[in-house]
Structures are given as C-alpha cells and as structure tokens.
Ligand binder design. Structure first.
Ligand SMILES: C[C@@](CO)(OP(=O)(O)O)[C@H](O)COP(=O)(O)OP(=O)(O)OC[C@H]1O[C@@H](n2ccc(N)nc2=O)[C@H](O)[C@@H]1O
Ligand SMILES: Nc1ncnc2c1ncn2[C@@H]1O[C@H](COP(=O)(O)OP(=O)(O)O)[C@@H](O)[C@H]1O
Length: 279
C-alpha cells in the first residue's frame, strides 16, 4: 500500500487532578482520557522525499509541527530512508485542551507503522509516543483510559457513556506549559480514585459535579473569565455535568439527551464560540 488516510481524534479529560511536581519538572497527574468523535484527518503517500502540508495557518508548518516530530522519531527508531508526503486536515481547535497535537503525533506513528509495514506493537509505539508528549501514548490506544504518571501510564477500560457530549471552544488558546506553571496544587490525598468515582456514579451524574474536578479551572477561570462563563451557561442549558477539558480552554458537557430544539438552543447560546454537538 502506498497511500493511507487516518482519522486523528480529539480527547476530553473527565477529571484532572494534579498531584505533585516531579524532579523532572513535570507533574504527576490523575485523569480519565475519553476519545470523542471530533477528528483531524491525516493522509500519507509514499514519495521520494519527506513533505508536510496542512490546511491550518495556526500551527507550525516546519520541523516544529508535532507530525514531523513524530516522523523524525519513527525514522530514527526504525532506520527508514524512504520519503513520504503527509497532509494534515485540521478540525480540532488549537490550544483547546483537546489534545489535537498529541493525537496527530500518535496518528503519524500509527500511519508510518502501517505504510512501511514495520510491525511495531502498541507498547513500542506508546514508548515512542511518550518521547513526544505526555498525552501521546493515550492516543496510540484510544477509547477511554485512566491515566497516571505524567499522563503516559495508561490503563484502558471499557465504558458505555449514557450521555451526549457537547464541546464549547471559546476561541482562547491556552499554553499547556503556562497552565502547569501557574496552577496551584490541591490536596487529593485520601480521595477515591477518579476511575472509581466515575464508574460508580455513571447513572448519578449530579455526583460528578461535586467529585470530579479539573485542577486547572481555578487558574484558567481567573485569567480567562469567559471560560468559567461557558461552564456556567452549559449548566443553565440543563447539562448533567460540565467541566473544562485538560489545560483548557474548551469546556465539555454531558447531556442525557439532545433533541433538535436543544441543539439549536446550544448553538444560539454560544454564537462567539466554536460548538461541537457530538450526538
Ligand atoms: C494538560 C493535558 C491533560 O491531558 O493535556 P492538554 O490540555 O495539553 O490537551 C496534558 O497533561 C498535557 O500533555 P501534553 O500536551 O502532551 O504535554 P507535554 O507536551 O508532555 O508537556 C508540555 C509542558 O506541559 C508541562 N507538563 C505536561 C504534562 C505533565 N504531566 N506535567 C507538566 O508539567 C511541562 O511544562 C511540559 O513542558
Ligand atoms: N499538528 C499540530 N496540531 C496542533 N497543534 C500543534 C501541531 N503541531 C504543533 N502544534 C502546537 O501545539 C500547541 C497546541 O497543541 P494542542 O494539542 O492543539 O493543544 P492542547 O495541548 O491544549 O490540547 C500549539 O502551540 C500548536 O502550535
């Protein structure tokens, strides 16, 4: 096969606790990654040189692009010398807490593995992914996973979410490094694990509101009040649970059901934001 097209999904963090700062400068976290039906598309074609193109003018097109960082790691790890043309069609908002760049990196590792028939298994691809970013290993596996460490220690689990998901992006790009630098650490000792809280209360989402938190909300809402207003409005629209995703600025919400009228009401409520109703 000399051509391939893969979808590169976004994720939300159903809860994000920052436990401690580590000696390597990262933070130990506890989170639940959940893949959502919002995708970038990445096309691969064997060629005589390495070329990268994207339809987005909001991300680097040079070696700084996370697609090319992933390609470099893959080529160095497996001694690849052939060329490949990569085209990235961007849909996932940038700097949104939806893991777009990390997802693209993982999708490039998976795509090259198929294209060049290298046969690297998931655990090797996760290892390579963790060299690119803390969120990348999750995107190698996808689905839903409980994550610890800096986010690279992944424990996948199956769950049928009894909700429709809405994501509201208030067009504010937030740097992940800025968020981690400015976040105030909280005490999570003696708390039930996020995974237990989540699975035990799937049918009582009102419990999520008091037990599933995102530690980045305080610092982000303080500097970008708009993000807190989005969360408040999602509750006013009748959502069962709303929370900022990752380091922001997107806010996701669970709704037990969304009919056409409710969908229109949601779009009308957030005219100055990008809204994704993933029914
Ligand atoms: C916050 C989260 C939550 O899922 O996602 P996003 O909101 O970015 O999507 C992740 O922890 C983001 O993971 P990722 O975007 O891969 O971060 P990396 O590239 O590994 O690190 C970017 C910077 O964030 C900080 N960082 C990242 C992860 C972590 N556990 N502790 C940190 O302190 C470090 O300063 C690092 O230099
Ligand atoms: N392929 C890519 N897609 C998205 N962002 C990228 C990509 N390559 C590099 N970046 C850079 O990564 C940062 C945003 O990463 P992204 O994953 O979209 O946000 P978040 O980490 O908030 O989920 C931006 O600084 C962006 O310029």
């Amino acid at each position: 096969m000399d051509r391939l097209k893969l979808l590169s999904p976004a994720k939300i963090n159903i809860g994000l606790r920052i436990l401690r700062k580590r000696s390597d400068g990262y933070h130990d976290i506890e989170t639940i990654f959940h893949e959502v039906k919002l995708f970038d598309e990445i096309e691969f074609e064997i060629s005589d040189s390495v070329e990268f193109e994207t339809d987005s003018d909001e991300i680097p097109k040079d070696a700084e692009n996370l697609c090319l960082k992933a390609l470099r790691i893959f080529y160095e790890s497996f001694g690849i010398h052939s060329g490949v043309k990569i085209f990235l069609r961007k849909r996932i908002p940038i700097g949104a807490g939806l893991g777009g760049g990390s997802s693209n990196s993982a999708t490039v590792l998976k795509g090259l593995n198929i294209l060049f028939n290298v046969g690297a298994d998931e655990s090797l691809l996760c290892e390579l992914g963790s060299l690119i970013g803390s969120d990348v290993p999750f995107f190698i596996i996808g689905g839903t996973a409980y994550a610890t460490g800096r986010g690279e220690v992944i424990e996948p689990f199956k769950v049928e979410l009894p909700f429709k998901i809405v994501i509201v992006y208030p067009n504010i790009k937030i740097s992940t490094a800025w968020a981690y630098t400015n976040v105030k650490l909280k005490n999570h000792r003696h708390k039930q694990s996020l995974k237990e809280v989540f699975l035990e209360n799937l049918n009582h989402p009102e419990k999520f509101r008091e037990m599933i938190e995102n530690d980045f909300e305080d610092v982000v809402f303080e500097h970008y009040p708009k993000v807190g207003e989005v969360k408040k409005k999602l509750y006013e629209l009748g959502s069962d649970f709303a929370l900022m995703s990752g380091s922001g600025s997107s806010v996701f919400a669970f709704f037990k059901k969304i009919d056409d009228e409710k969908e229109q009401e949601i779009y009308d409520a957030f005219r100055d934001c990008k809204v994704f109703v993933l029914r």
